[in-house]
Structures are given as structure tokens and as C-alpha cells.
Design a protein around this ligand. Structure first.
Ligand SMILES: Nc1ncnc2c1ncn2[C@@H]1O[C@H](COP(=O)(O)OP(=O)(O)OP(=O)(O)O)[C@@H](O)[C@H]1O
Ligand SMILES: [Mg+2]
Length: 329
């Protein structure tokens, strides 16, 4: 197999928790929100890895840290063979073009006062890849490419003239005009009307084919992951608890948390009713990670070992890994 495009090794991002006056006076040690707490994975060229999990489990922080939009606390990020974890701002510049991000809210990520055509052309000017006129031509072509036609009419429109789906096409166009090799798509279809989601996913898929684009597709919706991902990584409280080929993970989830996520989505659930695994409660605060297996307070199978010993990722079938003392397969 060829070298992966992206390698992430033991990545951690801890945010310091502001101490109360009492804690400061008592000289209590600083506490941290362990948003990402030792995550490792690889993404091949042209591969889509879906990162799935409930709100607050660290998906966005992981995605932004990989792009160095947030500085990592620990670990390594290797992009196309170069470790970029500690590169200076200047040395990072060429990588910025090659790695892009698409945010959840297409309205918030577009300037309300910039014509959408100019917004799409802008990154070309920032990276000195084209002069103004040429950038305009390329933006027009890109508008057409993402289905916003007639493109010369769309060029002069402002974000508020567009629907949510159209705005997300603009955001995708702006990222794709740089011909990136890797994109983090953070809940890219979550805020879009359900009727338009499929066409936006298809658009991303068409860029995967055209550019051999690798994607880290962040979503809380495992059904979306099923549609687009080659592999699925399930995150819980800062850690990957299961990772493997999409079909394999969905057919044979090995972690009770993954099984519960799948069972919550009737369209993809396969198990019989009587076997259902239900979890209750919410993800605990990442400033207070439970000892042992961090999922144990919500797990119906937890025993003494789970309460005291942290499980490591082990391979349960080809390329399918789970961190659980009592895997379901
Ligand atoms: N800048 C920050 N400072 C302090 N804590 C933060 C910061 N950013 C995120 N966190 C905390 O880190 C944890 C992970 O947050 P993150 O936004 O990465 O989760 P997520 O999985 O993307 O959630 P969602 O599905 O809601 O988008 C949360 O407990 C969050 O409160
Ligand atoms: Mg998020």
C-alpha cells in the first residue's frame, strides 16, 4: 500500500479550565478539558474517513487541530510525509493550500458584504496563484462546476440572495478552487435542508473523483457516514473507540457505543429488537473523564475491569479496531 496522505499520531488537545479564586488560593493544580485525548489514524489518498460521535466528543477540535487552526497539545500530524505539527506559520503556508476546511454553517463562513464570485476567487489571490482577471475567470468556471448557473449572474450575488444549499456550494467552491488534496468537512450538510443534502454530498463525491481528494468527514449522523465514507471512526469523549471499514462497522459494530448509535437510526439498524443496546444519559464533561474505560458509566456491560483499566484499540477483524474489554464480536 502507498504511504497515507495524512497520519495522525497520539494527537491531544487539552484546553485549560479557568480556575476559581478559591482554587487559585488553594494552589490546586490546573485542570483541563481533554477535548482530544490521544487520537491516531491515517487517511489514504482519495479516501473518506467519517468521524462520528455525539455532541462534545471532540470531533471539531480534532479536525481543526489537524489543520493547525488550533495548536495541538501533544502528538504528531504528518501530511504527505512531512511532519507539520510544529512548522512555523511561514513553513506551513504551502500546506494551507493543500488542506482545506468546510464548515457547518455556510452563512457564518461567508462574508455578507462580499460578492460570492469574489469570495470564490479570493483564495487564489491570497495564495498568489492568479492575477485578478484570471482569478475571476477561474471563479466563474468553478461556479458552473458547483452548479450555480448562469455563472456570470451568480458571480455578482451576495450570500443573502442564496438558499442554504446554494451557500454551501459556494463554500465548497471556495475550498475546491485551490485544488486541495485533503479537506475537513465539519458537519457540512447538517444545517442544510434534508432535500438538498444528497446533492451536496454528491458534489463532494465528484471532487473526490476529480482531485483524488481525501476527506475527514465529521458528522454526528451515522447514516450520512454510511453514504459517503470508506471507513468510519467513532469518537467518544476525546478518544476513538472504534474504527474500521464502513460496511464492517455498520454490520458488525464491536463497541457497545457504536451499536447504540446505529440502533438509534432505524434506516440502518439491523439487529432484532430484543437484542437492542440502549444507552442513557449524556456524554460526561471532558474536564472530568471517567477512569478506566471512559464509556463505562453509560455501558450496559461494564464490570470491574472497565471501571479501572483503560482499553486499548485491538484488531477484531481485518482493519477493524475496537477499544473495549467486552467487544460484541
Ligand atoms: N476553545 C475551547 N476552550 C475550551 N473548551 C473547548 C474549546 N473548544 C471546545 N471545547 C470543549 O472541548 C470538547 C469538545 O468540543 P468539540 O467542539 O470538539 O466537540 P464536537 O464533537 O465537535 O461537538 P458538536 O457535535 O457539538 O460539534 C467540549 O467539551 C467543548 O466544550
Ligand atoms: Mg463540532
Amino acid at each position: 500500500m502507498s504511504e497515507p496522505l495524512l497520519k495522525v499520531e497520539n494527537l491531544k488537545k487539552y484546553f485549560p479550565v479557568r480556575r476559581s479564586i478559591l482554587e487559585t488560593l488553594r494552589k490546586e493544580p490546573p485542570r483541563y478539558v481533554k477535548a482530544v485525548d490521544g487520537v491516531s489514524f491515517e487517511i489514504a489518498r482519495g479516501e473518506v474517513l467519517a468521524l462520528i460521535g455525539e455532541s462534545g466528543c471532540g470531533k471539531t477540535t480534532a479536525g481543526r487541530t489537524i489543520l493547525r487552526l488550533i495548536e495541538p497539545t501533544e502528538g504528531k500530524i504528518i501530511f504527505d510525509g512531512t511532519e507539520i505539527t510544529k512548522l512555523s506559520h511561514e513553513a506551513l503556508r504551502p500546506f494551507r493550500r493543500r488542506m482545506q476546511i468546510i464548515f457547518q454553517d455556510p452563512y457564518a463562513s461567508l462574508s455578507p458584504r462580499m460578492k460570492i464570485g469574489d469570495a470564490i476567487a479570493h483564495p487564489l489571490l491570497v495564495h498568489s496563484l492568479a492575477e485578478k482577471e484570471e482569478a475571476r475567470e477561474m471563479a466563474l468556471k468553478m461556479l458552473k462546476r458547483v452548479g450555480l448557473t448562469p455563472e456570470d449572474e451568480f458571480y455578482d450575488r451576495y450570500p443573502h440572495h442564496l438558499s442554504g444549499g446554494q451557500r454551501q456550494r459556494v463554500v465548497i467552491a471556495r475550498a475546491m478552487i485551490l485544488k486541495p488534496e485533503f479537506v475537513v468537512a465539519d458537519e457540512a450538510v447538517s444545517m442544510i435542508d434534508v432535500s438538498m443534502r444528497a446533492s451536496i454530498l454528491e458534489l463532494l463525491e465528484s471532487f473526490r473523483k476529480e482531485y483524488n481528494l481525501s476527506q475527514l468527514f465529521i458528522t454526528h449522523d451515522i447514516a450520512v457516514g454510511k453514504l459517503i465514507a470508506d471507513r468510519i471512526a467513532v469518537m467518544y469523549l476525546g478518544k476513538i473507540v472504534e474504527i474500521g471499514p464502513t460496511e464492517e462497522v455498520l454490520k458488525h459494530p464491536a463497541h457497545p457505543y457504536t451499536a447504540a448509535l446505529i440502533e438509534a437510526v432505524p434506516s440502518i439498524a439491523r439487529r432484532k429488537k430484543e437484542k437492542k443496546i440502549r444507552i442513557t444519559g449524556e456524554v460526561p464533561n471532558a474536564a472530568n473523564v471517567p477512569p478506566g474505560c471512559r464509556f463505562h458509566p453509560r455501558c450496559p456491560f461494564a464490570d470491574e475491569k472497565c471501571r479501572s483499566e483503560e482499553p486499548k484499540l485491538i484488531e477484531v477483524s481485518h482493519n477493524h479496531f475496537v477499544a473495549c474489554h467486552h467487544p460484541l464480536i
